[in-house]
Design a protein. Structure first.
Length: 362
């Protein structure tokens, strides 16, 4: 009888452990863009909850960029799209009225964002919340640490002490100049406002316990300065609201002081111009998140590595621009705050051909 109860107890413990592991895996099963694979984010903290707005199949399928092909392109078609992106980038860089939004010096902060693969002469500039984890896996394989992307442990990808991916900032000035002048260089971009939503979801809503400083340090500092009414005792408990986040990002003067306090954690929402200096560094290719399924294999081929490594499979629909989600998140934001936010990210919209978000202001 005693053995019977011991067996039942052991089975109970096994079931409990399995439930915990399942919940843990489910919690971590978010994609590289801060959203759960196969679903959309839920409610917006601090905003009124509205019923989902129906989206036509045509709206779901059309990317946000006007120059993107609607079908899988041939090599020649893709090269034409890629060339137009570079031409658009160059033209925007020559626009003197946007110079303060598009031109930054090639500082250590920028060089820290650029990963190096000397074996195949590739430089990749990291733009967080745009699928960068997968590209880092590609480079890790190319550097010889693992035979395939599927064999790389997830916790190793972001461990920059152990993943074998040197940054451009670790090299001498002469070595940096040589690589910038001769290596294949690329970055991936995404609609700027949708990227901000992804950063907010990932860092302040879904995953704070794995990076507690966002909840316990950064969020309270933003709330204290930008929430219209708050009590210090409830800062951590209330959580950061999206409108707090938008007011912080759109504050041209006060934000800089806070950003110095936050350190490099701000990389998840600083502009592409600040991250990668695209007007100072002449990138070979600019990929778009909205057409990543088409761009990824062509980027691998353009870099001469398509026979050596494959880009990881992309969950269906995960890269599509979701205007309904953008409208839902910004529905409770004032027009003034949206205008201020756009003023900060206007350079990114223009450099990479994303239309201004007039539907949020009209």
């Amino acid at each position: 009888m005693r053995h019977h109860w011991l067996l039942l107890g052991a089975c109970g413990w096994v079931l409990l452990i399995l439930m915990f592991v399942t919940r843990f895996i489910s919690f971590r099963a978010v994609d590289d863009y801060g959203e759960r694979v196969g679903g959309q984010s839920g409610t917006v903290p601090g905003a009124k909850v509205n019923k989902p707005i129906p989206v036509s199949s045509q709206e779901k399928a059309v990317p946000n960029s006007s120059d993107e092909p609607s079908v899988v392109p041939t090599a020649a078609d893709w090269q034409s799209v890629s060339d137009r992106r570079i031409e658009l980038l160059s033209a925007a860089c020559r626009n003197s009225s946007l110079r303060n939004l598009t031109h930054v010096s090639i500082s250590k902060f920028v060089l820290d964002r650029i990963f190096v693969c000397d074996k195949h002469k590739i430089l990749f500039c990291q733009t967080p919340k745009v699928g960068n984890t997968q590209w880092k896996k590609v480079l890790i394989v190319l550097n010889g640490a693992f035979p395939t992307v599927n064999e790389i442990p997830e916790n190793l990808v972001h461990d920059h002490e152990k993943n074998g991916l040197p940054r451009l900032s670790s090299l001498t000035p002469q070595e940096v100049t040589h690589r910038l002048n001769s290596y294949f260089k690329f970055l991936i971009v995404r609609d700027p406002f949708e990227r901000l939503i992804s950063a907010f979801n990932d860092k302040f809503v879904k995953n704070p316990r794995f990076e507690p400083w966002y909840k316990h340090d950064i969020a309270p500092a933003i709330i204290r300065k930008y929430r219209k009414s708050h009590r210090d005792s409830s800062l951590a408990a209330s959580g950061l609201h999206f409108d707090d986040f938008v007011r912080y990002l759109g504050d041209a003067d006060g934000r800089r002081r806070m950003d110095r306090q936050f350190g490099e954690h701000i990389i998840h929402w600083v502009t592409y111009a600040e991250l990668c200096a695209p007007c100072e560094i002449h990138y070979s290719v600019v990929g778009h998140h909205e057409t990543l399924e088409q761009d990824a294999p062509h980027i691998l081929k353009a870099a001469g590595i398509d026979q050596l490594v494959s880009y990881p499979a992309i969950p269906p629909g995960i890269t599509r621009y979701n205007r309904t989600k953008v409208e839902r998140f910004f529905s409770a934001i004032s027009k003034r705050d949206i205008r201020r936010l756009y003023a900060r990210y206007q350079g990114d919209f223009t450099l990479f051909g994303y239309p201004s978000p007039d539907f949020l202001l009209n």
